[in-house]
Design a protein around this ligand. Structure first.
Ligand SMILES: C[S@@+](CC[C@H](N)C(=O)[O-])C[C@H]1O[C@@H](n2cnc3c(N)ncnc32)[C@H](O)[C@@H]1O
Length: 234
């Protein structure tokens, strides 16, 4: 067994991890980016410091930073213990060990927390959740969703995934999702059907191998481009 979680957990990744998970080029980083379900990732905080244009949306932004940190503290030990109990399920190339992973997750949430109040004032952290987003059509050039869709396939059904992805495609010209694996380290049972149905609707859909791998076999992302913008996907 790889990992069992009752609920979606607020575990956050760094800008560097986002760059690797989504194969973000310098051109990508210059786009207006929406991170859906960014939670306590430091992606927004770090990217903003570098002058990038990132908005994050997540239901946990209804909470104060103290509450977000408390929730993280409640789950972190259990997650690291589950990882330690299944050492062969993980690749220790980026994070060097379970302890290193834990430290990197703490670094990410601390950077997020330092930026949280300012980011809220600047509307960079907005409360919202799939499958409906409040933004106008084509508001963003790139929409990213890390460690929510597909990963939690046991918690959310096919229809939720399909509606959520179409919604992200409504607000963005291109959508990227990582990883394609579930918590049980299997390809999400919804992935192939999503690829087929979106291709049938005229979207350009590609599964792309990326540099980042922590869950064994979890080194692929799904990239989908709106038919009217498909020239943007290389
Ligand atoms: C495992 S965390 C991933 C955080 C970040 N994307 C990363 O990879 O570092 C999953 C996030 O999904 C958020 N989430 C839960 N339900 C959601 C929904 N319906 N729509 C968008 N995000 C949701 C959670 O609040 C949580 O912050």
């Amino acid at each position: 067994m790889a990992m069992k979680l009752e609920k979606v957990v607020p575990f956050g990744r760094s800008l560097d991890e986002y760059i690797k998970m989504f194969a973000l080029s310098e051109t990508d980083l210059q786009k207006s980016i929406l991170g859906v379900g960014d939670g306590p990732a430091s992606f927004n905080a770090q990217a903003t410091k570098m002058g990038r244009n990132v908005t994050s949306i997540d239901p946990i932004y209804q909470f104060e930073k103290k509450e977000i940190r408390t929730r993280f503290n409640e789950v972190v030990d259990n997650i690291i213990e589950q990882i330690q109990a299944s050492p062969n399920d993980w690749v220790w190339s980026y994070h060097k060990s379970p302890d290193d992973l834990r430290n990197n997750r703490i670094k990410a949430i601390e950077a997020f927390i330092s930026d949280y109040d300012r980011g809220k004032q600047e509307d960079r952290y907005q409360i919202g959740e799939l499958p409906k987003l409040k933004f106008q059509d084509n508001r963003y050039e790139l929409v990213l969703c890390s460690h929510f869709l597909f990963l939690y396939s046991e918690h959310y059904d096919y229809q939720f995934h399909y509606d959520s992805i179409l919604e992200m495609l409504r607000v963005g010209k291109e959508v990227r999702i990582f990883p394609l694996l579930t918590l049980m380290l299997e390809r999400s049972p919804y992935c192939d059907r999503i690829v087929r149905e979106l291709s049938d609707r005229g979207y350009t859909v590609k599964i792309i191998k990326v540099e980042y791998e922590l869950q064994k076999g979890g080194n692929e992302m799904l990239a989908i481009v709106n038919p009217s913008f498909h020239n943007k996907l290389k």
